[in-house]
Design a protein around this ligand. Structure first.
Ligand code: PLP
Length: 385
């Protein structure tokens, strides 16, 4: 198909098509939900433990603690590490609000670090100078780094771990967008002291509501998180040994996730195929995602960078093609967060990214015909604007 020969598609294209996936496994999902309804173990029913075991097997993480959502997963991780007031936690400026929000909610101070221009993940040089700044110019105690695997692409764990070791910092991997992604020969939830993920419906592994999980190979941390998840319970649930949350995963969501985890490895392959098709067609015409050799992304988003973003987005919209800007403003420039410190060089790359990124429809069931329609219309817009 040449650029000019663009076929019309009858219906609007979904940005993420959750119904195609549901239709594929609807009988299994409905039976799984029905079983939970009849069994009536709505809180911490057997499906919760089973899902945790299966996720532990899938990720090779020794301990998996499911929880209420990806934000609570980060809060549980920070609480388990004892991070509190007067502590500094280094976070990327270009991420979803929850990464920094969780830090502020436990009373600690998020320190905004700039992004790497190639990977869009936390910039190593900016991280180093932010650490030096906190140690020399503030009275805060530098405690932890939260790298985010943005859009599903692993952060640079080799360098992050070296910096963490040198500066005696903990690492909490925010894998909300990257469950299943690998760095070297391990999944990213195997890096750091603790990792977290989200099962928000639009994430690579999503449930039908809110859900999340915490991963750690440390049994002691795991026990603390299990206690924090249920009000800080001790061995007896009416003798609480610490102040905790109510942050459990619902049994119904666990039952749904068991069915979805079964098809997840195939979906990751499909996402990678779709991403390669995009990149092959678009690389000569715009800035496509960069994937370092040692990394495998799970493509929570397929994000290009363009100059005239607004016109391009509008012209796609007129063809029934949705696109989304993740994220239009770095956290370091948002009302709730701009008073927090940032790296001495500021966050110029994060600002640049927020002005040029554009995420295209991406999900495992995007068919070739629809993808070609998206690609051809995008190429036309890029040529025109
Ligand atoms: C989605 C997301 C979260 C929060 O997950 P929820 O389940 O929505 O609370 C945290 N961090 C990042 C990077 C995310 O994308």
């Amino acid at each position: 198909m040449s650029f000019s020969e663009v076929k019309m598609i009858a219906q609007d294209i979904p940005f993420i098509d959750l119904n195609k996936q549901r239709e594929k496994i609807s009988l299994k999902i409905e039976a799984a939900i029905q079983k939970v309804l009849v069994d009536a173990n709505y809180i911490m029913g057997p499906e919760v433990l089973l899902f945790e075991q299966q996720l532990s097997k899938f990720t090779a993480s020794k301990n998996v603690i499911s929880c209420s959502n990806g934000t609570d997963a980060l809060i549980l991780a920070l609480m388990a590490l004892g991070i509190k007031e007067n502590d500094a936690v280094f976070v990327p400026a270009f991420t979803f609000a929850a990464t920094a929000g969780a830090v502020a909610l436990v009373g600690a101070t998020p320190i905004f670090v700039d992004s790497d221009i190639k990977t869009y993940n936390i910039c190593i040089e900016s991280l180093k100078s932010a650490i030096t700044m906190v140690e020399t110019e503030t009275s805060l105690n530098a405690k932890a780094i939260i790298p985010v695997d943005l859009f599903g692409l692993p952060a640079n764990y080799h360098k992050i771990q070296a910096i963490a070791q040198e500066n005696n910092l903990k690492v909490i991997v925010d894998a909300a967008q990257s469950l299943g992604a690998t760095y070297g020969n391990r999944q990213t939830v195997k890096y750091g002291d603790i990792a977290t993920t989200s099962f928000f419906p639009a994430k690579p592994l999503g449930c039908y509501g809110d859900g999340g999980a915490v991963f750690t190979d440390d049994d002691e941390i795991s026990d603390i998180i299990k206690s924090l998840r249920v009000h800080g319970k001790g061995t007896n649930k009416y003798d609480n040994v610490r102040v905790g949350l109510n942050a459990r995963l619902d049994t119904i969501q666990a039952a749904i996730l068991i069915e979805k985890l079964n098809i997840f490895p195939n979906e990751i392959d499909a996402r990678n195929n779709i991403a390669s098709i995009y990149s092959e067609a678009l690389a000569k015409h715009t800035i496509v995602p960069f994937v370092p050799e040692s990394s495998m992304s799970v493509w929570a988003q397929y994000t290009i960078r363009v100059e005239n973003r607004d016109v391009i987005q509008q012209s796609l919209k007129e063809k029934g093609i949705p696109s989304v800007v993740y994220y239009p403003l770095p956290l370091s420039e948002q009302t709730a967060y701009k008073h927090f410190p940032k790296s001495p060089e500021g966050t110029p790359v994060s600002s640049l990214l927020s002005k040029s990124v554009l995420s295209l429809p991406m999900h495992p069931y995007l068919d070739t015909e629809t993808q070609n329609y998206i690609i051809n219309n995008l190429l036309l817009s890029l040529e025109k604007y």
